[in-house]
Ligand binder design. Structure first.
Ligand code: ZN
Length: 304
C-alpha cells in the first residue's frame, strides 16, 4: 500500500451542508451542535452559508448562529457564499474563511444559479478579491466534479480547467465536490492526478458523498495520492437532492474511525464525535446513515 499522510485535516460540514439539506431546525440546536463539534478536536468547521433566506430557509439565521457559537481557538470556521452579495454579508459578520462555489457542469450551474459556469467564475474572481481585500481566505468549491445529474459524466479536462481558472484568479485552495455520489476510486485518482499535473502547488480539499457506497473507498484512493484535506458530515447529515432518500455526505465518525486505525491522525476524539453524531440524530429526529454511530468503534466489546 502507498504511504499515506500521517495527519489529515477534516472539515466538518454537518452544520452547513448537512443541515441545509434537512428540514429546518431551531437556531439553538444549531449552536449546540457546532459547540459540541468545536470540542471534538476537529480542525475546520463549515459553520453557515450566507444565502437568500427566502430560497434557503435552513440558513436564514446564519448571522445569529455565527455570533452566538463559542468559537474555539484551534478551529477554523468558514462560510459558504453563493455570490458577491453573500460574500459581503459574510465579511461584515467577521468570517475569516469563505467558500465560493461553482459547478463544473454548465447545466447544473444554470439550474442552481441561473448562469453559466463561465459567468459564475467571473463573479468568483470578484468574491476572491473582496475576501483578500479584508485579509480573508477564499476556497473555490468545484461541484459536480465527478458527474452531473443532468449531463452525466463531466470530462476531467473541464473540471481541471474550471479549477485552474479559479486558481489563476487567486483562490487560496480548491475543493472538488462529488455532489452526485458518482465518484469511484479510479475516477478519484484520475482527477487528482490530472489536477496535480496542471496545478502542482495548489492546495486541494475533497468532498465525497456516500450515495452509492464508495465514499470511504474514494477517501482511501485520495489518501494514497497524498491528499490530506477532506470534508465530512457528522452522522452523515444531509441528503442527496437528486436521489430522494439516498445518503449524501460521508459521515465524519466513519472517516475518523477508518483513517485513525490506519495510522493517519485527525486530532479528533472519536468518542466525542460519536456523541455529537447522536446529538445530531436527536436534533434531526430521524435515523442518520452513519454506521459507526450505530455500531460504535471497532474497539467496543460486548459484556460477556
Ligand atoms: Zn455534500
Amino acid at each position: 500500500m502507498a504511504e499515506l499522510p500521517r495527519l489529515i485535516s477534516v472539515r466538518e460540514v454537518g452544520p452547513r451542508d448537512g443541515l441545509q439539506n434537512e428540514d429546518p431546525v431551531p437556531t439553538s440546536a444549531k449552536i449546540e451542535l457546532i459547540d459540541r463539534l468545536s470540542a471534538t478536536g476537529v480542525q475546520r468547521i463549515e459553520a453557515v452559508s450566507f444565502v437568500r433566506p427566502d430560497v434557503i430557509p435552513q440558513m436564514a439565521d446564519a448571522d445569529e448562529v455565527w455570533q452566538r457559537i463559542k468559537r474555539a481557538d484551534q478551529v477554523r470556521y468558514s462560510a459558504l457564499v453563493p455570490n458577491a452579495r453573500g460574500a459581503v454579508r459574510a465579511l461584515d459578520s467577521g468570517l475569516a474563511e469563505l467558500e465560493a462555489v461553482v459547478s463544473a457542469s454548465d447545466t447544473h450551474n444554470r439550474k442552481n444559479v441561473n448562469r453559466s459556469t463561465a459567468q459564475s467564475l467571473d463573479e468568483i474572481a470578484e468574491i476572491i478579491q473582496l475576501a483578500h481585500d479584508k485579509g480573508v481566505s477564499c476556497q473555490v468549491i468545484v461541484s459536480t466534479a465527478w458527474g452531473c445529474p443532468y449531463e452525466g459524466d463531466v470530462p476531467v479536462d473541464r473540471v481541471v480547467a474550471v479549477a485552474s481558472r479559479a486558481i489563476a484568479d487567486g483562490a487560496d485552495s480548491v475543493s472538488f465536490g462529488d455532489t452526485t455520489g458518482m465518484a469511484t476510486p479510479g475516477r478519484v485518482q484520475r482527477l487528482v492526478g490530472e489536477f496535480r499535473s496542471a496545478q502542482p502547488d495548489a492546495a486541494l480539499n475533497l468532498h465525497f458523498h456516500n450515495t452509492r457506497g464508495t465514499g470511504l473507498a474514494n477517501v482511501l484512493a485520495a489518501l494514497e495520492m497524498g491528499v490530506a484535506d477532506f470534508d465530512a458530515s457528522v452522522g452523515g447529515l444531509g441528503g442527496c437532492p437528486y436521489a430522494p432518500g439516498a445518503t449524501g455526505n460521508i459521515a465524519t465518525e466513519e472517516l475518523v474511525h477508518m483513517v485513525e486505525d490506519m495510522g493517519v491522525a485527525t486530532g479528533i476524539d472519536l468518542d466525542a464525535l460519536i456523541d455529537a453524531a447522536a446529538d445530531a440524530e436527536r436534533i434531526i429526529g430521524r435515523v442518520l446513515p452513519s454506521q459507526v454511530l450505530r455500531a460504535g468503534p471497532r474497539s467496543r466489546v460486548v459484556p460477556v
